[in-house]
Ligand binder design. Sequence first.
Ligand code: CMP
Length: 138
Amino acid sequence: SGNKTFTMIKPDAVADGHSGAIIKMIEEAGFRIVSMKKTVLTPERAGQFYEVHKERPFYADLCKYMSSGPIVPMILEKENAVADFRTLIGATNPANAEEGTIRKLYARSIEANAIHGSDSDENAAIEGNFFFSATEQF
Ligand code: CMP
């Protein structure tokens, strides 16, 4: 038991064949998978998901990249889920990520950085509900 976070394996890591290895790391770190699927975002839906970044210079590129191929969104549960998951994935820029983190191992760049992790309990709930209905959360 515990609280929840939201993640998605991004198009670069899915295309590079790292989904399985990343899911294995997540489960071995003690997270329980509440919801999971493989899907694709339209540029419009990517724009909605990243609405908080709409004034940032990287927003247009980010929406294009995040809709460039399939992603694997998941809701995860663990004690201290949000903070522990951000430790597991490492810094946004893989060049600054700690050894052994998912981004250090699998990210291509600061944009194509392999995986997302919610930054708060509130955003975890909003982001999880963006992808999964109540009947898809176990
Ligand atoms: P994430 O932190 O999951 O959500 C915002 C995303 O924007 C980030 O991952 C990267 O994929 C992307 N991004 C691209 N360029 C930058 C940048 N300069 N700083 C932060 N995020 C960036």
